[in-house]
Design a protein around this ligand. Structure first.
Ligand SMILES: [Zn+2]
Length: 516
């Protein structure tokens, strides 16, 4: 097959732009540029001036959780209790037997006339479909009677609140610890429901140009779910799977190490947390505030165990202290992992001491960041990290210091949409406001690199994915226009027209109508 008459951005510095791309089987064929006419009677696809890029990787996504969240009733923006209940009513019919009806986003303070949610209001439309609706801030849960019955009256938890009515009966609203525990112990998800949601989710991701992900949900059984999708033929992106570091001993016992799997699904890396988050003020900072989940010495031990078992580590670190400790741990254990060529990564790396920025490249530890977090978090960061945000979300500083910078969405925290991520990395704003710390903005080329080339390196695929050069897998995305050439204000309009995985169209595909 020859894709011709377009702008092919290969992401290879030797030949960055071509007008055509030849594909044979699942690979990019030799002769990108002018030699493609040498092929025998190929299928010709007219790109009509459109742009081709390597397929996108989302380098940090909680895929099963994001997929399940796609099916929730969205209650954001409801202006009254009635409006919220009406949205729930519309969703009841599509909730399968024995399934939970889930929702999120309500905020009773915005309802007029002023009212509080009750189980009775839900019961009227849900009947006995157990229903759990999370508040927008995540700290309250609104349940119907069928849901409450699952707890057998056991709702009270230290640190939790059970709202009661005038008869001392639960109103249906739980807060804080009571809400958390209810969600963890009562709101169950059968395997088939995970698979249904993920099947749909894979198609949505493909439609957004995604041909690979680095998944963070190994702890909830994602590997098995992805394997089921692969068995039935519906896994149409490549997965680099994380697993909880606590299981490294069992993995070592049976001899499974990083890279085990096939060209679609592979066991990748170990997941560890150093600290909490910006939003909950649990990120660990140099002023000793925040929560330490893993100490420097503990991480060093985890890295050594991981190396002995053949695994790289991806460690979540948000605050500057957490990042310092993580870098120290990688440095202290270098003798154990460097000879093995393990590709460790720090997830988020949101606040860095200036003297730590250069250590990522010096150590060969990648920064796995989320470009969308900068515009999304700017108000919180300006508030909680006042006066220090010139070293927050410092993506350009990291790149200029030579670090491998990979971009992910952290969906469902943000939307799973690589083009949105690229735009956030370039513009440093996603609303009407001016760029936040524009000195940290990236070029389109750098943002695309972090979404294609860098994540392929992290998955040890730098010799077969992430660029459109001969011999590489034909994983690519066709865009309606060239993001490298359009005005910054036009980036929001760039659309995915088609996506190819290993030479096969998995979304859209020819014929492409000529652009007008
Ligand atoms: Zn995450």
């Amino acid at each position: 097959m020859i894709l011709e008459n377009g702008v092919v951005r290969t992401m290879d510095p030797v030949l960055p732009v071509a007008r055509a791309l030849a594909i044979a089987g699942d690979r990019v064929a030799g002769g990108v540029g002018t030699h493609e006419r040498a092929l025998v009677s190929p299928e010709r696809v007219d790109l009509g001036g459109r742009c081709v890029l390597p397929g996108f990787t989302d380098s940090h996504v909680h895929f099963p959780q994001w997929a399940l969240a796609q099916r929730q009733v969205r209650l954001e923006g409801t202006r009254s209790l009635e409006e919220a209940v009406a949205r729930v009513r519309d969703a009841v019919a599509s909730t399968g037997p024995g399934r939970w009806l889930r929702g999120t986003g309500w905020r009773s303070g915005e309802w007029r006339p002023p009212s509080e949610p009750t189980k009775e209001a839900l019961d009227a439309v849900t009947g006995d479909v157990p229903t759990a609706l999370q508040a927008k801030d995540g700290h309250s849960l609104w349940l119907n009677s069928a849901a409450l019955a699952e707890a057998n009256g056991d709702l009270a938890v230290p640190g939790g609140v059970v709202e009661l009515d005038e008869h001392d009966e639960p109103t249906g609203v739980l807060r804080e610890e009571s809400a958390w525990r209810f969600r963890e112990t009562c709101v169950t998800t059968p395997e088939e429901e995970w698979l249904e949601a993920m099947r749909d989710g894979v198609r949505v991701a493909n439609a957004r140009g995604v041909t690979a992900i680095h998944d963070k949900d190994g702890w909830l059984g994602a590997l098995g779910y992805f394997q089921s999708l692969e068995d039935e033929g519906s896994l149409t992106f490549r997965v680099w799977q994380s697993l909880p570091h606590e299981r490294v001993g069992e993995l070592a016992e049976v001899g499974i190490r990083s890279g085990f799997g096939d060209d679609l699904l592979r066991v990748g890396y170990l997941k560890v947390f150093m600290d909490g988050t910006l939003g909950s003020r649990t990120a660990r900072l140099f002023d000793d505030s925040g929560v330490e989940i893993t100490s420097r010495d503990e991480l060093a031990e985890i890295v050594r165990c991981g190396a002995a078992a053949g695994f790289p580590v991806a460690v979540h670190a948000i605050g500057d202290r957490a990042n310092r400790d993580a870098l120290d741990a990688f440095e202290a254990t270098r003798d154990a992992w460097e000879p093995l060529g393990l590709r460790h990564r720090i997830e988020h790396a949101q606040l860095l001491a200036p003297e730590d920025v250069g250590r990522f490249s010096a150590l060969g530890v990648a920064a796995s960041v989320q470009f969308t977090h900068a515009p999304s978090d700017r108000d919180l960061a300006d508030d909680f990290w006042a006066g220090e945000t010139d070293r927050a979300y410092a993506f350009r500083s990291l790149l200029e210091a030579g670090a491998v910078v990979a971009n992910g969405s952290d969906a469902p925290v943000e939307e799973l949409d690589p083009l949105l991520g690229i735009r956030a990395g370039v513009l440093r704003t996603l609303d009407h406001r001016a760029a936040w710390h524009p000195e940290q903005a990236l070029s389109v080329d750098e943002a695309v690199h972090a979404t294609t080339v860098a994540p392929a390196w992290l998955a040890r695929d730098e010799a077969c994915r992430g660029k459109l050069v001969p011999g590489f897998l034909a994983d690519l995305v066709v865009l309606d226009r060239d993001p490298f050439a359009c005005a910054p204000s036009e980036l929001a309009d760039v659309e995915v027209v088609a996506t190819m995985l290993g030479g096969r169209w998995i979304f859209g595909g020819p014929p492409f109508n000529r652009t007008g």
